[in-house]
Design a protein around this ligand. Structure first.
Ligand SMILES: [Zn+2]
Length: 233
């Protein structure tokens, strides 16, 4: 199954054949898809699948063993082999892409390992393995503003997973293993600001993020600082 969002995260519409239907739980698998499968703190996508027999709503999409499962509201008129046109809810996805890329920048300016995170439409967060005095809100905000001053492109490189085993310092998120596609792992590079393996969806240039507003910094345990962020629009 080809994940179209890995090749181009801006793909909003695509055509594909249905390769599997689980009628009981209303789940569809496609030969390729632009729907992002929930994972690594990024929510799945919603949208529609349009076929000759009408259209069904995609409520949620999740990753499963190299495939993406599309949870739909009805499978009654669909069968394996049907050609569908998929359309993702772009407004929501684009917000996730901007938020996701913003979290990379946050990760780059906070000198601590990431223990978890969650992306949302209104607010997102990263948890850092850091003690209470090591993160200063104003300091983080100043550093982020500095980083956002310059345009920086996001680029990708696929490397063998062994390359990463030799450079474990690249893995910033301690609890999440980067997803593999055909034994390879994708490195995401933001100018000379950030480099880390990631399977999520990002914008092309950090200028698309706008401004990042640092919200509450919460204490979630002895060595766990949670930084909340929102975007200016
Ligand atoms: Zn990412």
């Amino acid at each position: 199954m080809i994940k179209l969002y890995e090749e181009n995260s801006y793909t909003k519409e695509f055509e594909a054949k249905i390769i599997n239907i689980d009628k009981e739980i209303k789940v569809i698998e496609l030969e390729n898809t632009a729907f992002f499968g929930k994972g690594g703190g990024q929510p799945g996508d919603s949208g529609v699948l349009v076929s000759e027999s009408g259209s069904v709503e995609v409520i949620e999409t999740v990753k499963k063993e190299g495939s993406i499962l599309h949870q739909v509201n009805s499978v009654a008129n669909l069968k394996i082999g049907d050609l569908i046109k998929g359309k993702i809810n772009w407004k929501k996805r684009y917000k996730f892409m901007r938020m996701h890329t913003a979290l990379h920048l946050l990760c780059a300016v906070v000198p601590a390992d990431v223990t978890g995170g969650q992306i949302g439409e209104l607010k997102s967060r990263l948890d850092f393995n850091a003690n209470v005095n090591s993160i200063n809100k104003e300091d983080v905000q100043i550093k982020l503003n500095q980083v956002l001053k310059n345009d920086n492109e996001i680029s990708y490189e696929w490397v063998d997973s062994q390359v990463l085993e030799k450079k474990p310092e690249l893995i910033r998120t301690m609890t999440v293993k980067p997803p593999k596609t055909n034994g390879k792992i994708r490195l995401v590079k933001i100018g000379n600001i950030d480099l880390q393996p990631c399977g999520g969806t990002h914008v092309k240039n950090i200028s698309e993020i706008g401004s990042i507003i640092i919200g509450k910094i919460e204490n979630k345990g002895k060595m766990n600082r949670r930084i909340n962020i929102s975007l200016s629009d």
